[in-house]
Design a protein around this ligand. Sequence first.
Ligand SMILES: [Zn+2]
Length: 174
Amino acid sequence: MFLLAHSGITLAAARFVEKMNKGAVRGVVDYRFILIGSVLPDLIDKPLGGLLLRETLGNGRTYSHTLAFLILLFAAGLLFKGKWRNVFLTLAGASMMHHILDGMWRSPDTFLWPLYGWRFPRGVPENWIDQWIQNFLNNPFVFVPEITGGVFLLFFLAAVSRTGIKSFLLTGRL
Ligand SMILES: [Zn+2]
């Protein structure tokens, strides 16, 4: 999956959980870090495995598409206190959603790294943007989640503009 599906669907899921548990999590959900966490594994791995290590690895799913990465984020959340606890736990939850949307259980050699060895599977260093456009035009398993995520993102942007962009950037609340 790509950016629209990851960010839109994760934001909608967080909003749903917040609405369902009004009393319990109200004021806890920081949508700034939901947004960052929802795309964090790709923000790290795509430049790393796909650009920096393009010739030797050519794989856009490496360290931050692993269970170890999630455990690290959750552990940081538990170690820190106060604001930083919330930041890391939010990043961990949103990144976990990213792994679910990527279907990482289908790639145990990556997800369970380093259980199957220290090296990540070699990918094909194809052009992801071209590939995404092709899939977006032809593959319903790509265009349905991307369009759904895009619609959710529009609702999110509308909520941000109601809250006020400055207030949102400062607090992350909607
Ligand atoms: Zn990913």
